[in-house]
Design a protein around this ligand. Structure first.
Ligand SMILES: Nc1ncnc2c1ncn2[C@@H]1O[C@H](COP(=O)(O)OP(=O)(O)OP(=O)(O)O)[C@@H](O)[C@H]1O
Length: 281
């Protein structure tokens, strides 16, 4: 069923897209027996698709992303990429966390070069360095390329993490609130850069955000996730409540977003979910 803003309103098990590059089936995670944080989570990403997931704190977004990254194991369910079941981490998936995760004893250049050398062990030094510089330039950090993480601001460290993830040109980018620590100006310009690279490279992206406008700008589809809850009928695990298809033109820009037909309907729909439905069952 579709509403007037192009929103699929019934809770659903997503039918896999035509070209299901990433397929998640019946995922559940329980840290305590009989009280899974979420259960029966199924969705698929097409190749080149940008999907954001939005939900309140604690609903399990990071846990899902960690499972997709191969850094955590689900209690039930399966994840397939390119038709193969994922087990453990791999260089075909690039991850950017909230807390940047850089090696503190290495400079910006060395942190990124380390990842690039792991990805292309046959590359010579000059080739690695040229590649590293390209991605450091992309996030505007060339002047800081030989600094260590302790000499960078939080936002700068986050940009290094983003450059590192892009530099290995993964088949799939997994982003956990990658812009959360950035000031509004930097955030805006990196969102633009991300969008440009993703469009250019047909990159497939799964991203967690708390920012509704960010999701509307970047995502082709937005997964709305509800929290687990104790109800009069018993414990209910969290899960994907709804999959919202972004009806706005793909060439949208940050500056023009608010003027597009359908923007406010879409925004109100998502905010309404967060306010009235995400925590209720
Ligand atoms: N290692 C763990 N042991 C026990 N409980 C955990 C563990 N990791 C996460 N949890 C719990 O699982 C739930 C989901 O956590 P998760 O970090 O995935 O949520 P989230 O939706 O990403 O939240 P946020 O938006 O605050 O980052 C939370 O209630 C959290 O307390």
């Amino acid at each position: 069923m579709w509403s007037e803003v192009g929103v699929r309103t019934a809770p659903q098990r997503e039918a896999p897209a035509m070209d299901s590059f990433l397929k998640i089936e019946g995922l559940a995670k329980a840290f305590q027996p009989a009280r899974p944080v979420f259960a029966d989570v199924s969705f698929a990403l097409a190749r080149g698709e940008f999907v954001c997931i939005i939900g309140h704190s604690g609903c399990g977004k990071t846990t899902i992303l960690n499972v997709l990254a191969g850094l955590d194991q689900a209690s039930a369910g399966h994840v397939f990429m390119d038709g193969r079941e994922l087990r453990g981490p791999g260089l075909e998936r690039g991850v950017v966390f909230q807390g940047h995760a850089l090696m503190p004893w290495l400079t910006v250049r060395q942190n990124i070069a380390f990842a690039v050398k792991s990805r292309w062990p046959q590359w010579g030094r000059a080739e690695v360095d040229a590649h590293v510089r390209k991605f450091v330039a992309l996030v505007g950090l060339l002047p800081a390329i030989d600094r260590k993480p302790s000499e960078l601001s939080g936002g700068m460290k986050q940009r290094v993490g983003i450059a590192r993830a892009f530099a290995i040109q993964p088949k799939m980018l997994l982003l956990d609130e990658p812009f959360g620590a950035l000031d509004a100006l930097t955030r805006g310009s990196i969102q633009d850069e991300l969008l440009a690279i993703v469009r250019q490279t047909q990159q497939t992206v799964f991203m967690i955000t708390h920012d509704v406008d960010e999701a509307i700008l970047l995502a082709d589809r937005i997964l709305l996730m509800r929290n687990s809850a104790d109800t009069p009928g018993g414990y209910k695990p969290g899960g994907i409540a709804e999959v919202v298809v972004n009806p706005l033109p793909r060439e949208r820009t940050r500056a023009g977003l608010h003027h597009l037909d359908g923007y406010y309907d879409l925004r109100n729909h998502i905010v309404d979910f967060l306010v009235t439905r995400a925590l209720a069952h």
